[in-house]
Design a protein around this ligand. Structure first.
Ligand code: SF4
Ligand code: SF4
Length: 446
């Protein structure tokens, strides 16, 4: 087992693991791109009546995904709309007719499918791999006869087969709950999804990572026992952040170092997916399009917290209202958790497939970034950086627009975990400076 000694220890923000079903929204806004890639092409027009699961956007290229109606009703707009990343995306707007009627042809049996068919079904269901860089799941899953590696981005031709399917019940950060909840409840879909992903990746063994002290469902425990020669369960401290992010997780679980920058789990022979993704894949293989999503809702300003299931496209403000609104004055709302989430200033942004959480914080819970001070070279950021950067020095180059120098110092190896921000006594907005520098460098290369 590898070591993961850096990072920080964080409290959990939400105590309950109960599932809350959000009511059906009266309107959804469905961006035709909810991942990094090309948008789908709308195949409906304003005035069309649609049912849940009906195709409303067709994928035309490898880097795009089909999109499905998430409520039944009338298409009332196809227009540009702001998403939670702050970009405007062409979107389909549907007003509910209150019936929740579905198209007829969903829910086929999985049967025994060959890997290309499994991949095709996952792509057809529009399943997105959540995470810091959300992409179509089918683009990340490549069959064993087509091994590839992201190291090719560096110009090096490397072929690496997957030997390990790493499934994690840890969320991106300790305050998030969805994967822990799903691993505790366990379903047939999870076990079916695991078999399918093993077939697609060609992995000879499965390593299942669970949160220390958080029980695994009896069903999963039995499955692991029945496959003891090829399945291992290991427990890690989920409050240790950023252990839920891919690079530290692979190091901690498998003892393998993903090459940075630009590295990918595949480069070290691993395919890494969380429990939520495995279940979405299983549903996709059965022909059920991704129309709903599970997210963590938390923060002291929210009246209701926990794991919430809701329809994709529900506007942020409508979701908060349907959960009882605010119980305190929110000073900051994020999509994503306290460490890795993105601050929102528009309650009309829709909840998309790539959003893992919604948090609303009171002034007592967070310190808003104000004027920051000079670096005092205390070294605390170096002590916690999980990828061994020197964030204080990097930030000096970024703040002075010396982006190329920052790149030579390892800027693109930064996984944007925010540990350095968290500990910095000068309250320097380090991740913000790094994101800005990366953006400027990428824009300059377009
Ligand atoms: S420099 Fe990047 S990877 Fe290192 S602690 Fe800061 S945000 Fe995390
Ligand atoms: S923690 Fe802040 S003050 Fe200390 S070295 Fe890093 S950037 Fe400088």
């Amino acid at each position: 087992m590898g070591l993961f000694l850096k990072g920080i220890r964080l409290p959990r923000k939400v105590a309950t693991l109960d599932l809350v079903e959000a009511p059906l929204p009266t309107r959804v806004i469905l961006p035709l791109r909810q991942y990094i890639g090309e948008p789908a092409r709308p195949v409906v027009s304003v005035g069309d009546r649609v049912k849940v699961g009906q195709l409303i956007g067709a994928a035309e290229q490898g880097a795009s995904l089909p999109l499905h109606a998430t409520i039944a009703g009338e298409v009332v707009g196809i227009e540009e709309h702001l998403d939670h990343r702050g970009t405007t995306v062409p979107s389909v707007v549907i007003n509910s007719d209150g019936t929740d009627s579905w198209v007829d042809d969903t829910g086929e049996e999985m049967g025994s499918l060959a890997p290309p068919e499994i991949l095709e079904r996952i792509r057809g269901a529009g399943v997105v791999l959540k995470g810091m860089l959300p992409i179509p799941l089918a683009s990340d899953l490549l069959p064993p006869d087509q091994p590839t590696t992201h190291l090719a981005l560096t110009g090096e031709k490397v072929v690496r087969r997957i030997d390990t399917l790493l499934i994690t019940a840890l969320d991106l950060e300790p305050a998030l709950l969805v994967n822990r909840y799903l691993a505790q409840t366990g379903t047939d879909e999870l076990t079916a999804g695991l078999s399918a992903l093993r077939a697609v990746t060609g992995a000879g063994r499965t390593v299942f990572v669970v949160d220390k002290g958080s029980p695994l469902s009896p069903q999963l425990t039995e499955m692991a026992a029945a496959q003891e020669e090829t399945t291992t369960i290991i427990s890690l401290d989920g409050r240790r952040f950023p252990i839920g992010l891919p690079v530290p997780l692979i190091k901690a679980a498998l003892g393998r170092e993903v090459p940075l920058p630009y590295g990918h789990p595949r480069d070290v022979g691993a395919a890494l997916y969380d429990v939520d993704t495995v279940i979405s894949a299983a549903r996709g293989i059965r022909g059920i399009p991704q129309v709903d999503t599970l997210i963590t809702v938390g923060g002291g300003a929210m009246a209701t917290g926990g794991v919430v299931r809701l329809r994709i496209g529900t506007p942020l403000g409508a979701l908060i209202e349907s959960l009882g609104g605010f119980r305190g004055d929110p000073v900051k709302i994020t999509t994503g958790g306290p460490m890795t989430g993105m601050a929102q200033w528009e309650l009309t942004v829709p909840i998309t497939k790539d959003i893992p959480a919604v948090f609303a914080f009171t002034g007592d819970e967070i310190e808003l970034v104000g004027a920051y001070r000079e670096c005092i070279n205390c070294g605390l950021c170096v002590k916690v950086c999980p990828v061994n950067l020197v964030p204080g020095v990097l930030s000096l180059y970024c703040a002075r627009d010396r982006f190329e120098v920052a790149e030579r110092q390892g800027l693109f190896a930064c996984i944007e975990c925010g540990c350095c921000d968290y500990v910095c006594p000068s309250r320097r907005p380090l991740v913000h400076l790094f994101r800005h520098a990366k953006h400027e460098l990428m824009e300059g290369r377009r």
